[in-house]
Design a protein around this ligand. Structure first.
Ligand SMILES: [Zn+2]
Length: 254
């Protein structure tokens, strides 16, 4: 597959990292981003850097086990989570982790973001599961995230933040932005009195359309989940067939 040269990926990583801060998706030294440089190397943000003031020399190159190959400083302390995402799905080229405040507030309040409410979100992301609490930077959290990324492009970690994957940094970043926007809409709807979910059949058809149009894992409809709360894993083929779409572009495990 085509990958941009390292200079272009470094520029993109700096740009999207700064955007996460400018768009209020993290604060202080929070968050971390990574992108594949090749099949055996990743470019990631170093530990302890401010994403709003990120510079090229804040980036570190690591191998697929997280060992530093070059760069100043140490790789992010949450590297294991990134590695778990790349190991889970060969189509993942970029991982963006941030602490979007409205999304995090939903997890603190114990309110799920997995409802299918906004058609555009069902099309492009599916439902967004919240993973049970695990301490940041641990292998247990990385394992949980890797498991969930098999069938989702975006997940929330309880009391912590979001992990979004994509075929490039733009796609992963857009999913992060969409998550926070969705949480703000849901918060507004709750303040107005009610959240009206899409009918289950419409949600399934939209998701099938999204899978056929954009590819991605066969995530994620509420109500049938075996592996994590609030999401389902009906087969992509079944979903697409019921909606009359081809699933040739679907990647990841069913
Ligand atoms: Zn974090």
């Amino acid at each position: 597959m085509f990958r941009p040269p390292e200079t272009a990926l470094r520029r993109a990583l700096v740009r999207f990292a700064r955007l996460t801060y400018e768009r209020h998706l993290l604060v202080g030294l929070d968050g971390n981003l990574s992108v594949k440089l090749g099949d055996s190397a990743l470019l990631c943000t170093r530990a302890g850097c401010h994403k709003g003031m990120l510079e090229d020399d804040d980036l570190v190159v690591v191998d697929r086990s997280g060992r530093k190959l070059r760069g100043r400083g140490e790789p992010t302390s949450e590297m294991a989570m990134h590695l778990a995402c790349y190991d889970a799905r060969p189509d993942v080229e970029a991982v963006v982790h941030a602490h979007p405040p409205t999304c995090v507030a939903f997890t603190v309040a114990g309110v799920s973001l997995a409802q299918c409410v906004l058609p555009e979100v069902v099309l492009t992301i599916g439902s967004i599961p919240t993973l049970e609490y695990q301490r940041t930077g641990t292998g247990a959290l990385a394992e949980l995230v890797g498991d969930a990324i098999h069938s989702h492009d975006a997940v929330m970690m309880d009391r912590h933040g979001a992990v979004c994957v994509g075929r490039d940094l733009l796609e992963a970043f857009c999913r992060l932005e969409t998550m926070e926007h969705t949480a703000k809409v849901l918060l507004g709807a709750r303040q107005l009195g009610q959240v009206r979910e899409l009918p289950a059949g419409e949600a399934a058809s939209l998701r099938a359309m999204g899978l056929a149009r954009y590819g991605g894992p066969p995530s994620a409809l509420p109500g049938h989940c075996q592996g994590c709360s609030g999401c389902g894993r009906p087969s992509a083929q079944g979903l697409a067939k019921s909606a009359g779409f081809s699933v040739a572009r679907i990647t990841g495990r069913a």
